[in-house]
Write a protein that binds this ligand. Structure first.
Ligand code: FAD
Length: 399
């Protein structure tokens, strides 16, 4: 890959100089010049108003995939901590890196985030690439894409993992386009084909009717996003240390197109934190009508859990969408999942099959949910759920 300036077109506006996070564009007279510090991040190409900066990508046949080494996780922050999805990706990344006998690195962007190096090491990273700057205080598409694309071009990891969160879904496709590589979104499984040294990315396709196994054979890095709670985080190893690579950047607030004015959290959806819940009681179409969600709600309350739902109940307007579990809802990993009147379609299972203990209540003994259930209760939920609530109340509240 190469970036060059067409001197015939350059107007000397210097927008590229201000936009380059690696201070790799200089003016020679009225013409911009790309210096040896260029990481090929492409920030100058995006910002040039007259198309004077040209990025030339190599032919597929010219890409030497053996030059790419290492597994990277791009960190997401939850206030001043590493987000849960990042810890989960470090767990999976560790497995992949061990299979490839290559280092696992975490890329952390932010402002004053140096203390995250310690948990990164404890959760499995061998190395942390740390980029600190006030412009990076909050996630914004432009500067994060520019900085991370530059780092990937410079250090050439073979695998890059990103959370399939609001942030990751914004960032990952932009990076893939910038790097001209493949991206598999919402993976439910990641493995290594050690013979071919390829990342095998599994995800549901065609509405969940098949599980596709996808590889990125000719381009690098191999990029995948994974939703929170799909992978399991590794046990932290206190005292395990990661090496630190601090990356100097020169970022300019004026070059960033967006300002964050306020962060307003949706209180209602926060109240139903399905992803972090230990106990979920979910209702499906077997509840027959919206009022009957009260049965599920009562059992959830007595057990100290939260209410989940299948998609048809959400589509019918029986319950808000943030309760939905499954392929197009939330992926959950509770200790206990009680499915009431849910058939167990593959799209529902995609969101909850990782629960530690699944109890299914269904009147149909052949319901597919029983295929994943640890405890199968065949019967009428209108008798069983209130009875369970009563027993739980007696056991837990002692009356
Ligand atoms: C692209 C795509 C994405 C999708 N994403 C999701 C998703 O994210 N989440 C999701 O849930 N679905 C999703 N679906 C829909 C999915 O295919 C199923 O249609 C859905 O999960 C079925 O919901 P259900 O189990 O509540 O309803 P049903 O399949 O109608 O099952 C109702 C169950 O209740 C049982 N029952 C009835 N009466 C009683 C009773 N009195 N006591 C006990 N049991 C009783 C029945 O035996 C039956 O098994 C998606 C579909 C597509 C195509």
């Amino acid at each position: 890959m190469d970036i060059r300036v067409d001197p015939e077109k350059c107007t000397g506006c210097q927008l590229c100089v201000k936009a380059c996070p690696y201070a790799a564009v200089e003016m020679q007279g009225d013409i911009a010049t790309i210096t040896a510090a260029c990481t090929l991040c492409g920030a100058c190409v995006s910002v040039c108003p007259v198309g004077a900066i040209i990025r030339e990508m190599p032919d597929v046949a010219e890409i030497d995939t053996s030059n790419y080494q290492g597994v990277w996780v791009i960190a997401e922050l939850d206030e001043d901590r590493l987000a849960g999805v990042t810890l989960e990706l470090l767990g999976k990344g560790r497995e992949l890196a061990d299979a490839l006998e290559t280092p696992l690195s975490l890329v952390v962007l932010g402002n004053g985030v140096g203390e995250l190096v310690t948990p990164a090491g404890e959760y499995g990273a061998d190395r942390v690439y740390l980029v600190g700057d006030p412009v990076l205080e909050q996630y914004r598409t432009g500067p994060y894409t520019d900085v991370i694309a530059g780092l990937i071009n410079k250090y050439q990891p073979e695998i890059v993992l990103i959370g399939a969160t609001e942030q990751g879904r914004d960032l990952a496709p932009r990076l893939a386009v910038r790097l001209e590589t493949g991206l598999t979104a919402d993976c439910t499984g990641l493995d290594i084909d050690s013979e071919a040294r390829l990342l095998v990315q599994t995800r549901p396709a065609f509405g969940g009717s098949i599980m596709a196994r996808i590889i990125t054979r000719n381009h690098r890095p191999q990029m995948a996003t994974v939703r929170p709670r799909v992978m399991r985080r590794a046990e932290p190893q206190p005292g395990r240390e990661a090496g630190l690579v601090e990356i100097p950047v020169k970022l300019n607030e004026e070059s960033v197109l967006t300002r964050i004015v306020e962060i307003a959290r949706d209180q209602s959806s926060q109240a139903v934190n399905l992803q972090d819940a230990d106990i979920i009681v979910s209702g499906g179409r077997g509840l027959k009508k919206p009022e009957n969600f009260a049965l599920v709600q009562e059992l959830a309350e007595v057990l100290g859990g939260v209410v989940g739902a299948s998609r048809p109940t959400v589509d019918e307007g029986w319950i808000p969408a943030y309760h939905q579990v499954g392929q197009t809802g939330r992926t959950v990993q509770p200790k206990l999942y009680i499915a009431c009147g849910i058939s167990g379609a593959v799209q529902h299972l995609a969101g909850m099959a990782g629960a530690d203990c699944i109890v299914a209540i269904n009147s149909d003994p052949n319901a597919p949910i029983f295929g994943v259930a640890h405890y199968a209760v065949v019967g009428d939920l209108f008798e069983i759920v209130p009875a369970l609530t009563e027993i739980a109340r007696e056991e837990l509240e002692g009356d």
